[in-house]
Design a protein around this ligand. Sequence first.
Ligand code: AMP
Length: 189
Amino acid sequence: MSAVASAAASSWRFASFTIKNQVFYQSPLSLGLVNLKPLVPGHVLIIPKRVVPRFGDLTPEEVGDLFASTQQVSKVIEKEYKAQSLNLAIQDGPAAGQSVPHVHLHLIPRTLGDYEPMDEVYNALDSTDLTSDYTAYRNRETRAARKEREKQVFGVDNEERMARSSEEMEEEARRLSLLFPEERRGAFE
Ligand code: AMP
């Protein structure tokens, strides 16, 4: 295991957040962590261990490792959450909807009917932040109409969805980590 990979679990960060006991997967240069506010069960994030804001900041080795990790984790998540498909999304920069300044790939397991229409998941992904692209914004569904539809689909306002407790996230991270070979599991304290 490399020096980078063997860093103490408590030193892992998602931007300024400590992500202790949320990491279920690790590779030499990347981590898989459970989400504070998942859009659907099994919505996880794949991040580089190094804290950098933009995709263009990554080295070719980090890009390769991030995508190889995404492929490995996606197979497990799709099976575990009995999904039929996946969305893989990177919001690369604030004007693209990025709210946490640390590269992160959203891995979202999808099942038919979870979001109607299916692409509505992108509105949900962006629902904490209005885009600064006002042309695109003017042409899209109003916030009020979207919120009303989300309420009908999910029974709750997606913007107001509750952050999960650290215990709930740790339970999921521990459960998911056991689905990976020992050397790939996240470390817990
Ligand atoms: P984005 O809008 O693309 O920057 O996505 C940020 C993602 O990070 C959202 O899915 C949030 O729910 C998630 N998130 C924010 N803070 C944390 C945290 N401390 N731990 C885990 N996930 C987080």
